[in-house]
Design a protein around this ligand. Sequence first.
Ligand code: ADP
Length: 323
Amino acid sequence: MAYTNKVFRFGNFSFWFWILFIYILAALIWWFISLERQSGDMSSLKLQLLNKNDPQYFAQQREVLQFKTRQSAKFIGEGLTFLALIVTGAVFVYRSIRKQIEVSSLQQNFMMAITHELKTPIATTRLSLETVLRRKLDEVQQQKLLLSALSETNRLNILTNNILLASQMEEKNFQRENEQINLADMVETVVSDYKNRFPQRRIEASADKDLYIDGDELLVQIALSNLIDNALKYAPKESPVYVDLMEDNDYTQIKVSDEGPGVPDEEKQKIFQKFYRSGSEYTRKAKGTGLGLYLTKKIIEDHNGDIFVMNNTPRGSIFVIQF
Ligand code: ADP
C-alpha cells in the first residue's frame, strides 16, 4: 500500500503542479500578446493622427515606429525575467515537495516494516514458549523451540539496539569510546559469532595482518555485523560470504562480499539513507527496516571512515569500509 500510495500522491501532486504551471505560462504569453496588441493599436492611432503635409511627417512617423520597437523590446525583457523567475520558483517548489513526499513515504514504509519486525518475533517467541509450557515434548523438540525463541529475541535485541543507537547518534552531544581496536581480532570475533549462529552458511574471514584503528569497538562491531547480516539476508543460502581485512594504498579496508542480487547503480547511494529499502513493503520478501546501512554509515563516518558499495563479479555486491 505504501508504494502505490506514494505513486498516487506524487502523481496527484504532479498533475496539479503541471496544470498550474501551464496556466501561469499561458497567462504570461497572453499578457505579452495583449500588451503587444495594445502597443500596436496605439502606434497605428498615432500614425493616423499625423498630418501628411507636415514637413516633419517622416521624422514623426519614424519616432512612432521606434517607440513601438522599444516597447516590444521592453515587453520581451520583462516577459523573459518573469519567465525565469517562474521557472526557478517552479523547480524549487517541485523539488522540495517531491523530497517531502519521498520522506513521508519512507517513514510510512518504516512504520509498516517496524510493526511487522516487532510483531513477528514476539508472536513466534510466544508461540514457542506456550508450546513448551502446554505440551509434553521430548528434549530435542523442547530444545528446538527454545532455540527458535532465543533467536527471535536476538533479532528483537538487534532491532531495538539499531533504533536506539540511530537516535542516540543523531544527538549532538553523542559521546563514544576511543580505544585502540585490533581489527583482525574484531573481524575474527564477529565472523565466528555468525558462524555459530548460522552453521549452515559459509562465512569466511581473512586478514592480511594486524591492523589497528582508534574508536569504539562495539560500534564498529555493530557496523560490520549489519553488513554481514545483509549479505546473509539478501544472498542465496548456498552462496558464500567473505569478510576480508586488508591494507590498500594507505587505507585500511574491510570488505564484505556476497553473491546475491547486488545493488543497482541508481540505488548505490540511496541505500545508505535513513529508512531506505529497495522496492516496496509488498514486493520485498526479506525482513528489515532500512536502518542498518544508515546506522553503519553513521558509525563509520564517526570514525573518520568511508563506506561504499561495488559490484561483485560475476554477481553480488562488495561493501567496503575504508579507514
Ligand atoms: P534493511 O536490510 O533493513 O532493508 P539496510 O539499511 O540494511 O536495511 O539496507 C537497505 C537496502 O539496501 C535493503 O533494503 C536492500 O535493498 C539493499 N541491500 C543492503 N545490503 C544488500 C546486499 N548485500 N545485497 C543486495 N542488496 C542489499
